[in-house]
Design a protein around this ligand. Structure first.
Ligand code: NAD
Length: 350
C-alpha cells in the first residue's frame, strides 16, 4: 500500500496506523497540517472494503479539514481519523476507550470529534482517555454538543447565497431541493428548507431515517440511485463523498450543488466539469464548516451558542465572494477556494 507515492498524499505531516488487538480497534489518524494550530477533524467509522480505501479516505478528509479550518478562520490545522469497522457491529466502550488512548498518544497534535458513524455519546467514552476531544454533550448555554445542526444551518445559509448568485432569487419558496442522505445533518437541513418554503426530494439507504423524516415534514422519496438526477434546482449531497464524477455530472439536472458531504468531487477536474455545465458548486469545505466552528468554540471554551451562530452566519459571505469571482473569471469555484485556502495556510506557516 503506497503512502508517500499515494495519489492523495499531499505532504501530510504524519500518518499514524494504530492497532489494538484486544478491542479490535484499527484506526488511521492523518495529520495533514498543524500550520494554523492543532490538527482538528472528526473521526469516521466505516465499513471500508480495504485498508487502502481507509487510507485514501483519511488522506483526503484530513487535507479537506486543513482547508476547511483555514477558510473558516479557526485556530486549527487539519486532521482526520478513520476507524475501520463493520457498521453492523456495535462499538464497544472498550474500543472507544482504545481510540481515546490512540488520540491521547499524539499529545494534542490531533483533536478528534464525531463524524459519520460516531456520536456525541461515543465522544464521552473517548473523553475518559484524552482531553483532545470535542463534540461532547452540551452543558447549559455553552457551545458544544452535536455539531450537525450547526453544519445544517451553514449549508442552509449557503444554499440561500447560491440561489441568489445563480438564480437571482431572494427566497427558496417554491424551489425544489434534492437531498442525498437524511442522517444527522440532512434531517436538520430538510427541516430548515421546509420552513423556508422549499419542496423536498430525498433519498437514503437507511429506511428508518427516511420514515422518521417523512413523519415530521412532507417529502418525496426516490431511490438512492436516482437522487443525483432528480428534477430539482438544487442538489444537496449530505451522505458520502466521491459522488460528482465524469459519469454522474453529465446527468445532473440541478443548477446548484450545495451540501454537507465532504469530498463531493471525485477529482479536481470534476469542478471544471460542473463549471462547464454552468452548475454552481458550493465548495464542500466552505459551506459545511458550521460543525467545526461549533467544535472550535467548545474546545477552546468560554463561548456560547450565540457566538457559534454569529460565526456560522459568516459562511454565506465567504461563498458570495467565491461565487462572484467564479462568475467574473469563469473559473471553477473549487479551484478558487483551494487557492484561497493555500494562501491562508502559507501565511500561517510564515
Ligand atoms: P450520517 O451518517 O448521520 O448521515 C449520512 C446519511 O447518508 C445516513 O442516513 C446514510 O444512511 C445516508 N447514506 C449513505 N450512503 C447513501 C447513499 N448512497 N444514498 C443515500 N443516502 C446514503 O452523517 P452526517 O453527520 O449527517 O454527515 C453527512 C455528510 O456530511 C458526511 O459526508 C460528513 O462527513 C459531512 N459532514 C458532517 C458534519 C456534521 O456536523 N455531522 C460536518 C461537516 C461535514
Amino acid at each position: 500500500m503506497a503512502v508517500f507515492d499515494h495519489t492523495e498524499f499531499d505532504n501530510h505531516e504524519s500518518l499514524h496506523f494504530i492497532n489494538d488487538e484486544p478491542t479490535g480497534l484499527r484506526t488511521i489518524v492523518a495529520v495533514h497540517s498543524t500550520a494554523l494550530g492543532p490538527a482538528a477533524g472528526g473521526c469516521r467509522r466505516w465499513s471500508y472494503v480495504s485498508d487502502a480505501d481507509a487510507l485514501t479516505d483519511a488522506l483526503r478528509l484530513s487535507r479537506g479539514m486543513t482547508y476547511k479550518n483555514a477558510v473558516a478562520e479557526l485556530p486549527f490545522g487539519g486532521g482526520k481519523a478513520v476507524i475501520i469497522g463493520d457498521d453492523a457491529v456495535p462499538k464497544t466502550p472498550e474500543l472507544l476507550a482504545a481510540f481515546g488512548r490512540a488520540v491521547n498518544s499524539l499529545s494534542g497534535r490531533y483533536i478528534t470529534a464525531e463524524d459519520v458513524g460516531m456520536s456525541v455519546e461515543d465522544m464521552r467514552h473517548v473523553q475518559q482517555q484524552t482531553e483532545y476531544v470535542s463534540g461532547l454533550p452540551q452543558s447549559g448555554q455553552n457551545a458544544g454538543g452535536d455539531p450537525s445542526p450547526w453544519t445544517a444551518l451553514g449549508v442552509f445559509l449557503g444554499i440561500e447565497a447560491a440561489v441568489k448568485a445563480r438564480l437571482d432569487k431572494d427566497s427558496l419558496a417554491g424551489l425544489t431541493v434534492a437531498v442525498q442522505g437524511v442522517g444527522h445533518v440532512g434531517v436538520y437541513l430538510c427541516k430548515l428548507l421546509h420552513e423556508a418554503g422549499a419542496k423536498l426530494i430525498v433519498a437514503d439507504v437507511n429506511g428508518y431515517n427516511l420514515k422518521a423524516l417523512g413523519e415530521s415534514i412532507p417529502v418525496e422519496v426516490v431511490a438512492p440511485a436516482e437522487i443525483l438526477y432528480a428534477n430539482a434546482e438544487i442538489l444537496a449531497p449530505c451522505a458520502l463523498g466521491n459522488i460528482l464524477t465524469s459519469a454522474t455530472i453529465p446527468k445532473i439536472k440541478a443548477k446548484i450543488i450545495a451540501g454537507a458531504a465532504n469530498n463531493q468531487l471525485s477529482t479536481l477536474e470534476d469542478g471544471a466539469r460542473l463549471s462547464a455545465r454552468d452548475i454552481l458548486y458550493a465548495p464542500d469545505y466552505v459551506i459545511n464548516a458550521g460543525g467545526i466552528i461549533s467544535v472550535s468554540h467548545e474546545y477552546y471554551g468560554g463561548s456560547s451558542e450565540d457566538k457559534v451562530r454569529a460565526d456560522v452566519e459568516r459562511i454565506p459571505a465567504r461563498l458570495q465572494t467565491l461565487f462572484a469571482e467564479a462568475i467574473e473569471t469563469g473559473r471553477p469555484t473549487n479551484e478558487l477556494a483551494d487557492e484561497y485556502a493555500r494562501r491562508l495556510i502559507a501565511a500561517g506557516r510564515k
